[in-house]
Write a protein that binds this ligand. Structure first.
Ligand code: NAD
Length: 456
């Protein structure tokens, strides 16, 4: 097993030596990361196919394409982001120059999950490098091919004294968490999120927790069902539902409920054919344990699509359920698979109160052509992020913060926010010595106090 203490102390030595600080070094590492993705695209796509059966298009869009976009943006903006920011000084501190410096934090730990096993460690790594840190990358052990590939490629392309990959599961992560880091960035479920935060607390290490939950999808009576259903089916069955921001369940207005179910069934057939098992565009469940977990969620409600589960192939067909009671198991845990319960609501008040009675979700979707309804749903609920009339799309806007709230996590990233996550905004005040007003020094007099009162 890895000697976590020695590993972290070697990274700290590199950081203290100042190698990661120059802008040129950071830009060079980002260019190398970009080169790695471009040159090794075939190997990365293949590892994603073997581990999660990811269709090529989905793997490119959500894993490689997204990350390449982030690198291109960061390379362009980094010179401006790293420059000290000049701010105004009040009369009481003048003459002086006040600046915000962008200090790297030091050595950071990035822990990733299995559902987007490449993107979800590489996207935070871009920010960690851009901000001038050393990093330990801990990919998920549930996607062993992607994990092994990252362990082989990252040290080949990046400075191996600056970025280290640790492979493994609970034992290895526990050993890492015993060390002192300057930031821990964790993506995964809330149970482990609590373990990570507990370990971080011992060292007063700040954390970003990118967690999950049940993201609702509200379909109003004034929704454009033709477009809306295509977008719901795409967002739900992309990566076979194993997406943290996939619509978890639908709350459909009673007046369009039956029509919506018909359209869902038709669109699934249109996208994946009569037998989705044979579709090259439909992913697999990550492992047998999750396959069994999903099968156990299927007892309640009535299926309006054919249910086909082939454990040996980790295949589960796209399932739509109707008449699901609120008490059903499928309504009590994050589904994280290709099962979509559709529940009936009679108005938007009912939908909003359904959402607000539950944990704050990572994402929320509302489909309506009525701007008043869109606004009402957004204003009267909360969630990590939201998209109106589409699913998952807010994720792809680099200027929008991506993260959860409450049970769905804390902290946010993407674009400049990833750089900010791994940066300490340090207050620096530079005073000249040519003027040294004695008004603040003892002995204090009533005249000095009068002057101070005027200045403050
Ligand atoms: P996972 O099982 O791969 O675990 C995530 C990481 O935690 C892994 O690296 C694993 O080794 C580590 N880990 C597991 N048990 C541990 C322990 N006891 N102590 C220390 N480390 C441990 O992935 P998962 O948690 O099943 O991922 C799915 C969850 O992640 C879902 O809830 C999903 O919504 C959420 N998710 C959130 C986002 C987001 O960006 N907010 C993205 C993807 C997934």
């Amino acid at each position: 097993m890895v000697d976590a203490a020695a590993l972290v102390s070697s990274l700290r030595k590199t950081f203290d030596g100042g190698r990661t600080r120059p802008l040129s070094f950071r830009l060079g590492q980002l260019a190398a990361l970009q080169r790695m993705i471009e040159e090794r695209e075939g190997e990365i796509l293949e590892a994603l196919r073997v581990d999660v059966g990811k269709p090529r298009m989905e793997a490119y869009v959500a894993e490689l394409g997204f990350v390449l976009g982030e690198i291109a943006m960061v390379k362009k903006k980094l010179p401006a982001w790293t420059r000290p920011e000049r701010v105004a000084t009040p009369a009481s501190t003048q003459p002086a120059r006040a600046e915000i410096h962008k200090d790297p934090l030091g050595v950071v730990l990035l822990i990733g999950p299995w559902n987007y096993p490449f993107q979800l460690v590489v996207a935070p790594l871009i920010g960690a490098i851009a901000a001038g840190n050393c990093a330990v990358v801990k990919p998920s052990e549930m996607t062993p091919n992607v994990s092994a590939l990252l362990a082989r490629l990252l040290p080949q392309y990046l400075d191996p004294d600056v970025v280290k990959v640790v492979e493994g599961g609970v034992a290895e992560t526990t050993a890492l968490l015993e060390q002192r880091f300057d930031h821990i960035f964790y993506t995964g479920n809330g149970t482990v999120g609590r373990v990570v935060m507990g370990a971080a607390a011992k060292h007063l290490t700040p954390v970003t927790l990118e967690l999950g939950g049940k993201s609702p999808c509200i379909v109003d009576k004034e929704a454009d069902l033709d477009v809306g259903v295509r977008r719901i089916v795409w967002g739900k069955y992309f990566n076979a539902g194993q997406t943290c921001i996939a619509p978890d369940y639908v709350l459909a207005h009673a007046s369009i409920h039956d029509k919506l179910l018909d359209r869902l069934r038709e669109t699934i057939r249109e996208f994946y054919g009569d037998d989705p098992q044979r579709s090259p565009d439909y992913a697999r469940i990550v492992n047998a344990r999750h396959h069994q977990r999903l099968s156990r969620l299927l007892g309640e409600g009535e299926a309006v699509t054919e249910i086909k589960a082939v454990e040996a192939e980790r295949y589960l067909s796209p399932v739509v359920l109707r008449d699901v009671p609120e008490t059903a198991k499928v309504m009590h845990e994050e589904i994280f698979g290709p099962i979509l319960p559709v529940l009936k609501v009679h108005d938007m008040d009912e939908a909003i109160s359904f959402v607000n009675r539950r944990d704050k979700p990572l994402a929320l979707y509302v489909f309506s052509e009525n701007e008043g309804v869109q606004r009402e749903v957004i204003d009267r609920t909360t969630s990590g992020g939201a998209t109106v009339n589409h699913t998952g799309m807010h994720f792809g806007v680099p200027n929008l913060p991506f993260g959860g709230v409450g049970e769905s996590g804390m902290g946010a990233y993407h674009g400049k926010l990833t750089f900010d996550t791994f940066t300490h905004r340090r207050a620096v005040l530079i005073k000249p010595t040519f003027l040294d007003a004695s008004v603040i020094y003892p002995p204090y007099t009533s005249l000095k106090e009068k002057i101070i009162r005027m200045l403050l």
